[in-house]
Design a protein around this ligand. Structure first.
Ligand SMILES: Cc1cc2nc3c(=O)[nH]c(=O)nc-3n(C[C@H](O)[C@H](O)[C@H](O)COP(=O)(O)OP(=O)(O)OC[C@H]3O[C@@H](n4cnc5c(N)ncnc54)[C@H](O)[C@@H]3O)c2cc1C
Length: 461
């Protein structure tokens, strides 16, 4: 099949990209197509990870779906923005798509093969199959080694960032959309009235608590693989809620669900237990369940957590999950351009920066590659508008916040409110998407983001 693939020419400064996954391939492509000479390191097949199976670039480690392709869904909008910025990964996914309703799913091998061939055929990219064990100190580089970064390089990154800025285990609590919480059953307050009314509190009676614990203990969990259990230190530190519940019937009531310092204003009494929800994004549209990191299967989370008063009809923006996941505390370390703060020649991209999932990783790869090319070419780096899904994601992972940082997927909750607000959900999503498209096109044109591309035909596959 013949596909229009963007090609480019120019005198190349040199860039090293470490990691030939989704982010690394996208970054290499973006930089090479803007005239940089790229050396791309991928350690497979000589050294593998516990999840990869092949020596191909851009291997999909699990599902073959890249999520919704519908233009008025957040993941679909993210893909559309990437297409406008000439993403290699999305172009290859489109070319190898298999029927999947409104989702973009791909033929797994065909997709990775196509990316591998495109990278190999690019005259400015050289691929070297070697493990990198040290961070480059003199040449410009992008680190895109993913959630299963090899231990030697992870140590190097920890040394650069500080031990406490590198996380090895990901225990994510679920996130709900504020608008889906039944406000008649919850109340806002902070424990002992310290601070503002920062938390949304879901009060439970004894009977409600008993029913919840019973459902939690009988719910089905996802078996963890050996490699996911290999570092017990991190595992113990972020115990799943169901494991804690199994330590005794009232373990949660004395733990994350303790009601101390909280009174339900409608009864004036202290509830038997309280599930607290904490704001998760600056716009205040998303809330996470405090202490609810979990390994329950997703349908089970939907069933069991619907027993929490106020969350009966909750829209789950992200379910809780646990797996090994090497990622950095990006808000303390990265600019929204994905450049390491205080260094002019080092960028990070992919799941390791906390842009979650195949397409989120591709997005930060694209931004890192684009900005490496702009920076080394003497142009200012690009910071996409926060009204775009890519801009909002880059902002989310790089904006300073209190408390621990956790990876994030594309979601409309990350975008600034519409002016004026739109109440109907369908219309609101369509309006978010229309605004994002308009702002991205304007930014591409104002900043001349695509001016240095010289498109030409390229046969692939
Ligand atoms: C078990 C598991 C299941 C997942 N399932 C899904 C899913 O179903 N859907 C989804 O959207 N996301 C899933 N993810 C998240 C997934 O990792 C990302 O979506 C995506 O693969 C991240 O892209 P990346 O480019 O950052 O990392 P990767 O795609 O992992 O690419 C990183 C590359 O760097 C290489 N590398 C590592 N260390 C070195 C080194 N020192 N030197 C040279 N090369 C190195 C690796 O071999 C790898 O090829 C899963 C993650 C894990 C761990």
């Amino acid at each position: 099949m013949l596909h229009m693939m963007p090609m480019c020419s120019g005198d190349g400064a040199a860039l090293t990209v470490i990691g030939g996954g989704l982010a690394g391939c996208e970054a290499a492509w973006q930089a090479a197509c803007r005239g940089l000479d790229v050396l791309l390191y991928e350690m497979r097949p000589h050294v593998s990870t516990p999840a990869h199976r092949t020596g191909l670039l851009a291997e999909l480690v699990c599902s073959n779906s890249l999520g919704s392709n519908l233009p008025d869904r957040a993941p679909g909008l993210l893909k559309e923005e990437l297409r406008r910025l000439r993403s290699l990964i999305i172009s290859c996914a489109d070319a190898t798509a298999v029927p999947a309703g409104g989702a973009l799913a791909v033929g797994r091998e065909a997709f990775s093969q196509r990316v591998t061939e495109a990278i190999a055929a690019h005259p400015r990219i050289t691929v070297r199959h070697e493990e990198v064990t040290e961070l480059p100190s003199r040449e410009a580089a992008i680190v895109a080694t993913g959630p299963l970064t090899s231990p030697a390089l992870a140590q190097e990154i920890a040394a650069l960032a500080g031990e406490e800025q590198l996380y090895f285990y990901d225990a994510m609590a679920p996130i709900v959309a504020l608008e889906s919480i039944d406000q008649s059953k919850v109340f806002r307050a902070s424990r002992y009235d310290r601070g503002e009314d920062d938390y949304i509190n879901c009060p439970m009676t004894r009977e409600e608590y008993d029913r919840f614990v019973e459902a939690l203990l009988s719910a089905e969990t996802i078996p963890l693989r050996d490699f996911e259990l290999e570092d017990k230190r991190f595992f113990e530190a972020c115990l799943p809620i169901e494991v804690l519940a199994a330590r005794g019937h009232d373990a949660l009531a004395y733990g994350p669900l303790k009601p101390v310092g909280l009174r339900d204003p409608r009864t004036g009494a202290r509830p038997y237990a309280v599930v607290q929800l904490r704001q998760d994004n600056l716009a205040g549209t998303l809330y996470n369940l405090v202490g609810f990191q979990t390994n329950l299967r997703w349908p089970e989370q939907r069933r069991v957590f619907a027993l929490i008063p106020g969350l009966e009809q909750a829209e789950w923006v992200r379910f809780g999950q646990m797996h090994r996941n090497t990622y950095i505390n990006s808000p303390a370390l990265l600019e929204p351009t994905m450049r390491w703060r205080g260094r002019s020649d080092l960028w990070f991209a992919g799941q390791i920066v906390g842009t979650e999932g195949y397409v989120g990783s591709t997005a930060s790869g694209l931004i890192a590659g684009l900005n490496a090319a702009r920076s080394l070419g003497g142009q200012p780096e690009a910071v996409l508008p926060r009204t775009t899904m890519i801009g909002a994601l880059m902002h989310y992972v790089s904006a300073f916040r209190e408390g621990p940082f956790q990876p994030m997927k594309a979601s409309f909750g990350l975008l600034p409110e519409l002016e004026p607000p739109v109440r109907n959900k369908r219309q609101r999503y369509a309006a978010y998407a229309a605004r994002a498209r308009r702002d991205l096109d304007r930014y591409i044109s104002d900043q001349r983001l695509l001016d240095d591309w010289a498109p030409s035909d390229m046969a692939l596959g």
